[in-house]
Design a protein around this ligand. Structure first.
Ligand code: ZN
Length: 157
């Protein structure tokens, strides 16, 4: 068992968008295909050339999110199904558009839900959708110098 592959570089983003991919690379974990400069879901007739794990699958494997959404409050707990439907619809829509926009994990603790994502824009989309549909309070925090965003949506009444 090689341990060195689990050690992350100290600087730079190991999941970075600057990484070089080539046409026809495919992800052996999710079957996404690198085509015309971006990762997409495969279609019939696509050509798969070299296996290369996509950044979303690497983030899922390492449980290393690019964004998180924390949802809390009495209103959330009273309308959980409805709110979760909205969240799930946004996730399904975004995930359908891009293999890089996926959920890593849902955790539920003391009536507070935390969802972690492979993509910061997806986290923002969820926060914005909740705020637009249900108002409440939305707090957005980017961590310094990194492309990591944490959103807190809260509504009591
Ligand atoms: Zn993948």
């Amino acid at each position: 068992m090689r341990l060195d592959k689990f050690i992350r570089p100290k600087s730079g983003d190991p999941y970075g968008k600057g990484r070089k991919y080539t046409e026809g690379m495919y992800c052996p974990a999710c079957q996404a295909l690198y085509h015309q400069g971006r990762w997409k879901w495969p279609r019939k007739g696509d050509v798969f050339r070299h296996p290369c794990m996509c950044s979303a699958c690497r983030r899922i494997r390492d449980r290393f999110p690019a964004g998180e959404v924390h949802i809390s409050g009495k209103y959330f707990n009273a309308h959980k199904n409805e709110i979760m439907n909205l969240v799930q619809n946004v996730i399904t829509e975004e995930e359908g558009r891009s293999p890089l926009k996926r959920v890593i994990d849902f955790t539920n603790e003391k009536g507070r839900l935390c969802i972690s994502f492979t993509d910061d824009h997806l986290a923002r989309r969820i926060g914005d959708a909740l705020h637009k549909a249900y108002r409440g309070d939305l707090d957005v925090k980017y961590s310094d110098g990194e492309r990591f965003v944490r959103l807190y949506w809260h509504r009591d009444l």
